[in-house]
Design a protein around this ligand. Sequence first.
Ligand SMILES: Cc1cc2nc3c(=O)[nH]c(=O)nc-3n(C[C@H](O)[C@H](O)[C@H](O)COP(=O)(O)O)c2cc1C
Length: 409
Amino acid sequence: MSLKNKSIVIGVTGSIACYKTLDLVGKLKKLGANVYAIMTKSATNLVDIKDFEKASGNEVQTDLFLPNIDYKDYIKKNKEIKHISLADIADLFLVCPATANIIGKIANGIADDLLSTSIMATNSPVLICPAMNVKMWKNLIMQENVAKLKKLRYEFVYPEYGDLACGYKGVGRLAQLDKIIDRINTIIERRNDLAGKKILVTAGATSEEIDPVRIITNKSSGKMGVYIAEEAFLRGADITLIRGANSVEPQYYFKDIKIYSVNDLFNKIKNNIKNVDIVIHAAAVSDFTIKNKHNNKIKSNENLHLELTPTTKIFENIKKIKKGIFLIGFKAEYNVSKKILIDRAYELLKSAEADFVVANDVGKAGRGFDVETNEVFIVGKDKKITHIDLADKRTIGNKILDKIKMAFL
Ligand SMILES: Cc1cc2nc3c(=O)[nH]c(=O)nc-3n(C[C@H](O)[C@H](O)[C@H](O)COP(=O)(O)O)c2cc1C
Protein backbone atom coordinates (compact mmCIF):
# COMPACT_ATOMS: atom_id res chain seq x y z
CA MET A 1 0.00 0.00 0.00
CA SER A 2 1.62 3.25 -1.06
CA LEU A 3 0.43 6.81 -1.31
CA LYS A 4 3.82 7.99 -2.51
CA ASN A 5 3.76 11.59 -3.71
CA LYS A 6 -0.01 11.80 -3.48
CA SER A 7 -1.30 15.03 -2.02
CA ILE A 8 -4.00 14.66 0.55
CA VAL A 9 -5.67 17.79 1.89
CA ILE A 10 -7.38 17.20 5.21
CA GLY A 11 -10.12 19.51 6.38
CA VAL A 12 -10.24 19.28 10.17
CA THR A 13 -13.44 20.53 11.80
CA GLY A 14 -14.60 21.14 15.35
CA SER A 15 -15.30 17.64 16.58
CA ILE A 16 -13.59 16.12 19.57
CA ALA A 17 -12.48 13.34 17.17
CA CYS A 18 -9.97 15.74 15.60
CA TYR A 19 -7.36 14.30 17.98
CA LYS A 20 -7.65 11.03 16.06
CA THR A 21 -6.95 12.89 12.81
CA LEU A 22 -3.47 13.65 14.17
CA ASP A 23 -2.81 9.88 14.19
CA LEU A 24 -4.33 9.59 10.73
CA VAL A 25 -1.97 12.28 9.40
CA GLY A 26 0.99 10.32 10.82
CA LYS A 27 -0.20 7.09 9.18
CA LEU A 28 -0.72 8.80 5.81
CA LYS A 29 2.75 10.34 5.99
CA LYS A 30 4.22 6.90 6.68
CA LEU A 31 2.50 5.67 3.52
CA GLY A 32 4.31 8.39 1.57
CA ALA A 33 1.56 10.98 1.19
CA ASN A 34 2.06 14.74 1.31
CA VAL A 35 -0.49 15.95 3.82
CA TYR A 36 -1.84 19.48 4.12
CA ALA A 37 -4.30 20.44 6.82
CA ILE A 38 -6.94 23.13 6.77
CA MET A 39 -8.46 23.70 10.20
CA THR A 40 -11.70 25.48 10.95
CA LYS A 41 -11.85 28.03 13.78
CA SER A 42 -13.72 25.50 15.94
CA ALA A 43 -11.07 22.84 15.32
CA THR A 44 -8.34 25.22 16.50
CA ASN A 45 -10.20 25.48 19.81
CA LEU A 46 -9.84 21.73 20.27
CA VAL A 47 -6.35 20.96 18.93
CA ASP A 48 -3.30 23.15 18.64
CA ILE A 49 -2.43 24.21 15.09
CA LYS A 50 1.18 23.37 15.92
CA ASP A 51 0.27 19.71 16.53
CA PHE A 52 -1.05 19.41 12.98
CA GLU A 53 1.98 21.29 11.61
CA LYS A 54 4.25 18.85 13.42
CA ALA A 55 2.31 15.80 12.27
CA SER A 56 1.98 16.91 8.63
CA GLY A 57 5.31 18.71 8.23
CA ASN A 58 3.43 21.49 6.45
CA GLU A 59 2.03 24.83 7.46
CA VAL A 60 -1.60 24.59 8.52
CA GLN A 61 -4.02 26.97 6.85
CA THR A 62 -6.95 28.42 8.75
CA ASP A 63 -7.96 31.69 7.12
CA LEU A 64 -9.40 32.66 3.81
CA PHE A 65 -8.22 36.25 4.16
CA LEU A 66 -4.62 36.59 5.28
CA PRO A 67 -3.69 39.37 7.72
CA ASN A 68 -0.49 40.52 6.02
CA ILE A 69 -1.83 40.94 2.52
CA ASP A 70 -3.06 44.18 1.03
CA TYR A 71 -5.77 42.76 -1.22
CA LYS A 72 -6.48 46.20 -2.70
CA ASP A 73 -2.90 46.33 -3.94
CA TYR A 74 -3.25 42.80 -5.41
CA ILE A 75 -6.42 43.77 -7.25
CA LYS A 76 -4.92 47.03 -8.54
CA LYS A 77 -1.78 45.28 -9.86
CA ASN A 78 -3.75 42.32 -11.21
CA LYS A 79 -1.61 39.91 -9.19
CA GLU A 80 -2.61 36.27 -8.74
CA ILE A 81 -4.31 35.67 -5.38
CA LYS A 82 -3.68 32.12 -4.20
CA HIS A 83 -6.40 31.93 -1.59
CA ILE A 84 -7.61 28.40 -2.29
CA SER A 85 -4.55 26.80 -3.86
CA LEU A 86 -4.89 23.60 -1.82
CA ALA A 87 -8.14 22.88 -3.67
CA ASP A 88 -6.12 22.47 -6.86
CA ILE A 89 -3.27 20.31 -5.64
CA ALA A 90 -5.32 17.66 -3.82
CA ASP A 91 -5.37 14.13 -5.21
CA LEU A 92 -7.96 13.60 -2.52
CA PHE A 93 -9.80 16.07 -0.31
CA LEU A 94 -10.57 14.47 3.03
CA VAL A 95 -12.85 16.01 5.64
CA CYS A 96 -11.99 14.26 8.89
CA PRO A 97 -13.60 14.56 11.30
CA ALA A 98 -16.58 16.16 9.60
CA THR A 99 -18.99 18.02 11.87
CA ALA A 100 -22.72 18.24 11.23
CA ASN A 101 -22.01 21.88 10.45
CA ILE A 102 -19.52 21.32 7.61
CA ILE A 103 -21.72 18.60 6.09
CA GLY A 104 -24.65 21.03 6.17
CA LYS A 105 -22.53 23.73 4.58
CA ILE A 106 -21.22 21.54 1.76
CA ALA A 107 -24.71 20.17 1.05
CA ASN A 108 -26.09 23.67 0.79
CA GLY A 109 -23.33 25.34 -1.15
CA ILE A 110 -22.13 27.55 1.68
CA ALA A 111 -18.56 28.79 1.37
CA ASP A 112 -17.93 31.12 4.30
CA ASP A 113 -14.47 30.06 5.46
CA LEU A 114 -11.28 28.59 3.98
CA LEU A 115 -12.34 24.95 4.31
CA SER A 116 -15.86 25.23 2.88
CA THR A 117 -14.61 27.53 0.10
CA SER A 118 -11.78 25.12 -0.81
CA ILE A 119 -14.17 22.15 -0.90
CA MET A 120 -16.45 24.05 -3.21
CA ALA A 121 -13.50 24.92 -5.43
CA THR A 122 -11.97 21.46 -5.75
CA ASN A 123 -12.31 19.03 -8.64
CA SER A 124 -10.73 16.27 -6.56
CA PRO A 125 -12.72 13.46 -4.98
CA VAL A 126 -14.00 14.50 -1.56
CA LEU A 127 -14.17 11.88 1.19
CA ILE A 128 -16.18 12.84 4.26
CA CYS A 129 -15.76 11.07 7.61
CA PRO A 130 -18.47 12.31 9.98
CA ALA A 131 -18.16 12.22 13.76
CA MET A 132 -20.85 13.51 16.05
CA ASN A 133 -23.39 12.85 18.75
CA VAL A 134 -25.86 10.06 17.83
CA LYS A 135 -28.86 12.43 17.85
CA MET A 136 -27.07 14.82 15.51
CA TRP A 137 -26.21 11.92 13.18
CA LYS A 138 -29.77 10.60 13.19
CA ASN A 139 -31.27 14.07 12.70
CA LEU A 140 -33.30 13.95 9.49
CA ILE A 141 -31.78 17.17 8.15
CA MET A 142 -28.36 15.61 8.64
CA GLN A 143 -29.46 12.42 6.87
CA GLU A 144 -31.01 14.42 4.01
CA ASN A 145 -27.74 16.33 3.64
CA VAL A 146 -25.78 13.07 3.49
CA ALA A 147 -28.20 11.58 0.95
CA LYS A 148 -27.94 14.72 -1.18
CA LEU A 149 -24.14 14.70 -1.10
CA LYS A 150 -24.00 10.98 -1.95
CA LYS A 151 -26.09 11.63 -5.02
CA LEU A 152 -23.61 14.33 -5.97
CA ARG A 153 -20.82 11.75 -5.67
CA TYR A 154 -19.27 12.94 -2.42
CA GLU A 155 -17.98 9.88 -0.65
CA PHE A 156 -18.43 8.87 2.97
CA VAL A 157 -16.91 6.58 5.51
CA TYR A 158 -19.83 6.37 7.90
CA PRO A 159 -19.43 6.79 11.64
CA GLU A 160 -19.54 3.70 13.81
CA TYR A 161 -21.48 2.51 16.84
CA GLY A 162 -19.89 2.86 20.27
CA ASP A 163 -19.34 5.11 23.28
CA LEU A 164 -19.41 8.76 22.30
CA ALA A 165 -17.43 11.61 23.87
CA CYS A 166 -20.70 13.29 24.85
CA GLY A 167 -21.57 10.34 27.13
CA TYR A 168 -24.11 8.71 24.78
CA LYS A 169 -23.83 5.28 23.19
CA GLY A 170 -24.83 4.96 19.55
CA VAL A 171 -23.72 5.62 15.99
CA GLY A 172 -21.51 8.67 15.74
CA ARG A 173 -17.91 7.64 16.50
CA LEU A 174 -15.40 8.45 13.80
CA ALA A 175 -14.80 5.29 11.73
CA GLN A 176 -11.67 3.24 12.48
CA LEU A 177 -8.63 4.96 10.97
CA ASP A 178 -7.65 1.81 9.08
CA LYS A 179 -11.05 1.76 7.42
CA ILE A 180 -10.58 5.40 6.38
CA ILE A 181 -7.09 4.63 5.04
CA ASP A 182 -8.44 1.66 3.06
CA ARG A 183 -11.00 3.91 1.44
CA ILE A 184 -8.38 6.58 0.69
CA ASN A 185 -6.27 3.93 -1.02
CA THR A 186 -9.19 2.61 -3.02
CA ILE A 187 -10.08 6.06 -4.22
CA ILE A 188 -6.57 7.08 -5.15
CA GLU A 189 -5.06 3.88 -6.49
CA ARG A 190 -8.01 2.43 -8.28
CA ARG A 191 -9.69 5.58 -9.40
CA ASN A 192 -10.92 5.23 -12.96
CA ASP A 193 -9.30 1.88 -13.77
CA LEU A 194 -12.75 0.55 -14.74
CA ALA A 195 -13.84 3.76 -16.48
CA GLY A 196 -16.12 3.18 -19.42
CA LYS A 197 -16.95 -0.41 -18.44
CA LYS A 198 -20.63 -1.15 -18.10
CA ILE A 199 -21.21 -3.63 -15.30
CA LEU A 200 -24.49 -5.18 -14.21
CA VAL A 201 -24.44 -6.56 -10.67
CA THR A 202 -27.19 -8.60 -9.04
CA ALA A 203 -27.35 -8.82 -5.25
CA GLY A 204 -29.41 -10.03 -2.33
CA ALA A 205 -32.25 -12.42 -1.86
CA THR A 206 -35.19 -13.06 -4.12
CA SER A 207 -38.56 -13.68 -2.49
CA GLU A 208 -41.44 -15.82 -3.71
CA GLU A 209 -44.94 -14.97 -2.55
CA ILE A 210 -47.01 -17.55 -0.70
CA ASP A 211 -49.89 -15.08 -0.46
CA PRO A 212 -50.03 -11.24 -0.60
CA VAL A 213 -48.37 -10.87 2.82
CA ARG A 214 -46.10 -13.92 3.16
CA ILE A 215 -42.94 -14.82 1.30
CA ILE A 216 -40.30 -17.51 1.09
CA THR A 217 -36.86 -15.98 0.94
CA ASN A 218 -33.28 -16.62 2.12
CA LYS A 219 -30.75 -15.09 4.49
CA SER A 220 -28.74 -13.11 1.92
CA SER A 221 -28.20 -9.48 2.97
CA GLY A 222 -26.93 -8.49 -0.48
CA LYS A 223 -23.74 -7.06 1.07
CA MET A 224 -21.33 -8.90 -1.22
CA GLY A 225 -23.08 -7.78 -4.42
CA VAL A 226 -23.87 -4.25 -3.25
CA TYR A 227 -20.28 -3.73 -2.09
CA ILE A 228 -18.93 -5.02 -5.42
CA ALA A 229 -21.24 -2.58 -7.21
CA GLU A 230 -20.07 0.29 -4.99
CA GLU A 231 -16.39 -0.52 -5.34
CA ALA A 232 -16.70 -0.87 -9.13
CA PHE A 233 -18.52 2.46 -9.16
CA LEU A 234 -15.67 4.10 -7.23
CA ARG A 235 -13.29 2.69 -9.85
CA GLY A 236 -15.19 4.48 -12.57
CA ALA A 237 -17.49 1.74 -13.90
CA ASP A 238 -20.97 2.47 -15.12
CA ILE A 239 -23.11 0.41 -12.73
CA THR A 240 -26.55 -1.12 -12.92
CA LEU A 241 -27.41 -2.83 -9.65
CA ILE A 242 -30.40 -5.15 -9.50
CA ARG A 243 -31.00 -6.20 -5.92
CA GLY A 244 -33.44 -7.95 -3.61
CA ALA A 245 -35.80 -5.40 -2.11
CA ASN A 246 -34.65 -6.15 1.44
CA SER A 247 -30.93 -6.00 0.79
CA VAL A 248 -28.59 -3.35 2.24
CA GLU A 249 -28.88 0.10 0.65
CA PRO A 250 -26.04 1.22 -1.62
CA GLN A 251 -24.15 4.33 -0.50
CA TYR A 252 -23.68 5.79 -3.95
CA TYR A 253 -25.89 7.11 -6.65
CA PHE A 254 -26.04 4.74 -9.58
CA LYS A 255 -28.78 2.84 -11.37
CA ASP A 256 -30.38 0.84 -8.57
CA ILE A 257 -33.30 -1.46 -9.35
CA LYS A 258 -35.19 -3.41 -6.69
CA ILE A 259 -36.68 -6.83 -7.35
CA TYR A 260 -38.76 -9.41 -5.52
CA SER A 261 -39.26 -12.72 -7.33
CA VAL A 262 -36.92 -14.78 -9.48
CA ASN A 263 -39.00 -13.94 -12.54
CA ASP A 264 -38.84 -10.28 -11.65
CA LEU A 265 -35.03 -10.51 -11.41
CA PHE A 266 -34.76 -12.36 -14.70
CA ASN A 267 -36.94 -9.81 -16.51
CA LYS A 268 -34.96 -6.88 -15.10
CA ILE A 269 -31.70 -8.50 -16.21
CA LYS A 270 -33.10 -8.99 -19.73
CA ASN A 271 -34.28 -5.38 -19.85
CA ASN A 272 -30.94 -3.95 -18.74
CA ILE A 273 -28.33 -6.19 -20.33
CA LYS A 274 -28.22 -4.64 -23.80
CA ASN A 275 -25.19 -2.34 -23.41
CA VAL A 276 -23.52 -4.23 -20.60
CA ASP A 277 -19.93 -5.62 -20.86
CA ILE A 278 -19.75 -7.59 -17.61
CA VAL A 279 -22.39 -9.35 -15.47
CA ILE A 280 -21.57 -10.14 -11.84
CA HIS A 281 -24.40 -12.31 -10.60
CA ALA A 282 -24.15 -12.31 -6.80
CA ALA A 283 -27.89 -12.51 -6.04
CA ALA A 284 -29.04 -15.44 -3.92
CA VAL A 285 -31.76 -16.72 -6.21
CA SER A 286 -34.51 -18.95 -4.86
CA ASP A 287 -34.38 -22.44 -6.35
CA PHE A 288 -38.13 -22.88 -5.88
CA THR A 289 -41.30 -20.92 -6.33
CA ILE A 290 -44.76 -21.64 -4.94
CA LYS A 291 -47.02 -23.46 -7.36
CA ASN A 292 -50.27 -22.87 -5.52
CA LYS A 293 -49.76 -19.19 -4.66
CA HIS A 294 -52.85 -17.74 -2.95
CA ASN A 295 -54.34 -14.46 -4.05
CA ASN A 296 -55.77 -13.71 -0.60
CA LYS A 297 -54.19 -13.93 2.82
CA ILE A 298 -54.27 -17.59 3.88
CA LYS A 299 -56.13 -18.33 7.12
CA SER A 300 -53.80 -19.52 9.85
CA ASN A 301 -56.04 -21.96 11.72
CA GLU A 302 -55.42 -25.08 9.60
CA ASN A 303 -52.48 -27.01 8.15
CA LEU A 304 -51.04 -25.63 4.96
CA HIS A 305 -49.35 -27.61 2.21
CA LEU A 306 -47.24 -25.74 -0.30
CA GLU A 307 -46.14 -27.23 -3.56
CA LEU A 308 -42.80 -25.90 -4.72
CA THR A 309 -41.60 -26.02 -8.30
CA PRO A 310 -38.09 -25.20 -9.55
CA THR A 311 -37.42 -21.67 -10.78
CA THR A 312 -35.62 -20.57 -13.96
CA LYS A 313 -31.85 -21.03 -13.70
CA ILE A 314 -30.96 -17.38 -14.35
CA PHE A 315 -27.17 -17.73 -14.31
CA GLU A 316 -27.20 -20.53 -16.88
CA ASN A 317 -29.33 -18.37 -19.19
CA ILE A 318 -27.32 -15.15 -19.22
CA LYS A 319 -24.91 -16.12 -22.02
CA LYS A 320 -27.93 -17.30 -24.02
CA ILE A 321 -29.35 -13.79 -23.82
CA LYS A 322 -26.04 -12.08 -24.63
CA LYS A 323 -23.32 -14.30 -25.98
CA GLY A 324 -20.13 -12.30 -25.67
CA ILE A 325 -20.73 -10.97 -22.20
CA PHE A 326 -18.09 -11.50 -19.48
CA LEU A 327 -19.92 -13.54 -16.84
CA ILE A 328 -19.14 -14.05 -13.16
CA GLY A 329 -21.34 -15.98 -10.75
CA PHE A 330 -21.32 -17.10 -7.13
CA LYS A 331 -21.72 -20.55 -5.68
CA ALA A 332 -22.64 -20.89 -2.02
CA GLU A 333 -22.26 -24.29 -0.36
CA TYR A 334 -22.87 -25.26 3.26
CA ASN A 335 -20.12 -26.99 5.26
CA VAL A 336 -18.44 -28.97 2.52
CA SER A 337 -14.81 -29.84 1.82
CA LYS A 338 -12.71 -27.45 -0.26
CA LYS A 339 -12.65 -30.03 -3.06
CA ILE A 340 -16.44 -30.35 -3.20
CA LEU A 341 -16.81 -26.56 -3.03
CA ILE A 342 -14.48 -26.07 -5.99
CA ASP A 343 -15.84 -29.01 -8.00
CA ARG A 344 -19.39 -27.71 -7.68
CA ALA A 345 -18.33 -24.20 -8.61
CA TYR A 346 -16.58 -25.58 -11.68
CA GLU A 347 -19.67 -27.58 -12.71
CA LEU A 348 -21.71 -24.39 -12.45
CA LEU A 349 -19.11 -22.48 -14.46
CA LYS A 350 -19.31 -25.04 -17.25
CA SER A 351 -23.09 -25.21 -17.34
CA ALA A 352 -23.35 -21.41 -17.54
CA GLU A 353 -20.29 -21.03 -19.82
CA ALA A 354 -19.18 -18.46 -17.27
CA ASP A 355 -15.75 -16.85 -17.05
CA PHE A 356 -15.42 -17.10 -13.29
CA VAL A 357 -17.39 -18.60 -10.44
CA VAL A 358 -16.71 -17.30 -6.94
CA ALA A 359 -17.23 -20.10 -4.43
CA ASN A 360 -17.77 -19.70 -0.71
CA ASP A 361 -18.83 -21.93 2.15
CA VAL A 362 -21.59 -20.19 4.09
CA GLY A 363 -21.49 -22.95 6.74
CA LYS A 364 -18.21 -21.61 8.13
CA ALA A 365 -18.05 -18.79 10.68
CA GLY A 366 -17.51 -15.30 9.26
CA ARG A 367 -18.28 -16.36 5.69
CA GLY A 368 -21.29 -15.79 3.50
CA PHE A 369 -24.74 -14.52 4.45
CA ASP A 370 -25.29 -11.40 6.51
CA VAL A 371 -21.74 -10.94 7.85
CA GLU A 372 -19.19 -8.30 6.88
CA THR A 373 -16.49 -10.80 5.93
CA ASN A 374 -16.00 -13.66 3.50
CA GLU A 375 -13.46 -16.15 2.24
CA VAL A 376 -13.73 -17.11 -1.41
CA PHE A 377 -12.17 -19.23 -4.11
CA ILE A 378 -12.35 -17.78 -7.60
CA VAL A 379 -12.60 -20.66 -10.05
CA GLY A 380 -11.59 -19.96 -13.64
CA LYS A 381 -12.34 -21.70 -16.96
CA ASP A 382 -9.13 -23.71 -16.72
CA LYS A 383 -10.08 -24.67 -13.15
CA LYS A 384 -7.29 -22.43 -11.92
CA ILE A 385 -8.12 -21.31 -8.39
CA THR A 386 -7.47 -17.93 -6.80
CA HIS A 387 -7.93 -18.10 -3.04
CA ILE A 388 -8.91 -14.92 -1.18
CA ASP A 389 -8.56 -15.52 2.53
CA LEU A 390 -10.98 -14.20 5.14
CA ALA A 391 -11.34 -10.44 4.64
CA ASP A 392 -14.05 -7.79 4.68
CA LYS A 393 -16.43 -7.97 1.75
CA ARG A 394 -15.21 -4.71 0.19
CA THR A 395 -11.67 -6.03 0.05
CA ILE A 396 -12.95 -9.29 -1.44
CA GLY A 397 -15.05 -7.29 -3.92
CA ASN A 398 -12.03 -5.30 -5.05
CA LYS A 399 -9.93 -8.43 -5.49
CA ILE A 400 -12.67 -9.97 -7.63
CA LEU A 401 -12.73 -6.75 -9.67
CA ASP A 402 -8.91 -6.86 -10.01
CA LYS A 403 -9.21 -10.42 -11.34
CA ILE A 404 -11.92 -9.40 -13.82
CA LYS A 405 -9.78 -6.45 -14.90
CA MET A 406 -6.76 -8.70 -15.54
CA ALA A 407 -8.80 -11.21 -17.52
CA PHE A 408 -11.08 -8.88 -19.40
CA LEU A 409 -9.51 -5.49 -19.88
C1 LIG B 1 -16.01 20.00 22.95
C2 LIG B 1 -16.84 20.04 21.70
C3 LIG B 1 -16.95 18.92 20.92
C4 LIG B 1 -17.73 18.92 19.76
N1 LIG B 1 -17.81 17.79 19.02
C5 LIG B 1 -18.57 17.79 17.90
C6 LIG B 1 -18.67 16.62 17.10
O1 LIG B 1 -18.09 15.57 17.40
N2 LIG B 1 -19.40 16.69 15.98
C7 LIG B 1 -20.08 17.82 15.59
O2 LIG B 1 -20.74 17.79 14.56
N3 LIG B 1 -20.00 18.95 16.33
C8 LIG B 1 -19.26 18.97 17.48
N4 LIG B 1 -19.18 20.10 18.22
C9 LIG B 1 -19.90 21.29 17.78
C10 LIG B 1 -19.13 22.01 16.68
O3 LIG B 1 -17.84 22.36 17.14
C11 LIG B 1 -19.91 23.23 16.24
O4 LIG B 1 -21.12 22.82 15.59
C12 LIG B 1 -19.11 24.13 15.36
O5 LIG B 1 -19.92 25.18 14.88
C13 LIG B 1 -18.53 23.39 14.15
O6 LIG B 1 -17.79 24.26 13.33
P1 LIG B 1 -16.93 23.75 12.10
O7 LIG B 1 -17.79 22.79 11.37
O8 LIG B 1 -16.65 24.98 11.32
O9 LIG B 1 -15.70 23.15 12.64
C14 LIG B 1 -18.43 20.11 19.39
C15 LIG B 1 -18.30 21.24 20.18
C16 LIG B 1 -17.56 21.22 21.34
C17 LIG B 1 -17.49 22.45 22.20
